[in-house]
Design a protein around this ligand. Structure first.
Ligand code: OFO
Length: 168
């Protein structure tokens, strides 16, 4: 059974994943309105992935005899100024989420809650993939010319991002 402290940190993570889903959704809408249909498609798919992360945490809490808290979601941040900022903000967000996962690992280790420790390892691996994915997209954007990208190279970038496979 989960301790109150572990239940609390897992509920905090559940909330973070729900907020992450909302961020990707909002940025997807922004990207679509800017004409980046491929990027929007990618962000919408990723929003769904974040929701799946939320569900994963929720199910684990229930499985371990805890009570998931389903609260409201935070309003997403303001629209990014441009496509660079869009991915920089997403990268920052993923780093922040990685740190939250590390807090779960630390607490479960402290409490010798090895089931939660083991559960959190899936997320440790997932965060490695997510950070690598965003870094890779940022590299592609750099190759496209970064802030000096032409509309042709951005068009190509957008179509490539739209075709990216989901990682899980
Ligand atoms: Fe849930 O992995 Fe991104 O935030």
């Amino acid at each position: 059974r989960l301790s109150k402290k572990v239940e609390k940190i897992l509920n905090h993570q559940l909330e973070k994943e729900a907020n992450a889903s909302q961020i990707y959704l909002a940025y997807g809408v922004w990207a679509d309105s800017e004409g980046y249909g491929g990027v929007a498609n990618f962000l919408f798919r990723h929003s769904q992935e974040e929701r799946d992360h939320m569900t994963k945490v929720m199910e684990y809490i229930m499985e371990r005899g805890g009570r998931p808290k389903i609260g409201g979601v935070e309003a997403p941040p303001a629209d990014p100024k441009n496509i660079q900022e869009c991915f920089e903000k997403i990268f920052q967000h993923e780093i922040d989420n990685t740190n939250a996962i590390y807090d779960i690992v630390s607490l479960s280790q402290e409490e010798k809650d090895w089931a939660t420790w083991n559960f959190a390892q899936w997320f440790v691996k997932e965060q490695i993939e997510e950070e690598a994915m965003v870094l890779d997209i940022m590299d592609q954007l750099k190759i496209a010319g970064g802030p000096k990208a032409t509309s042709e190279s951005l068009y190509y970038f957008d179509s490539q991002i739209g075709k990216r496979e989901d990682e899980t």
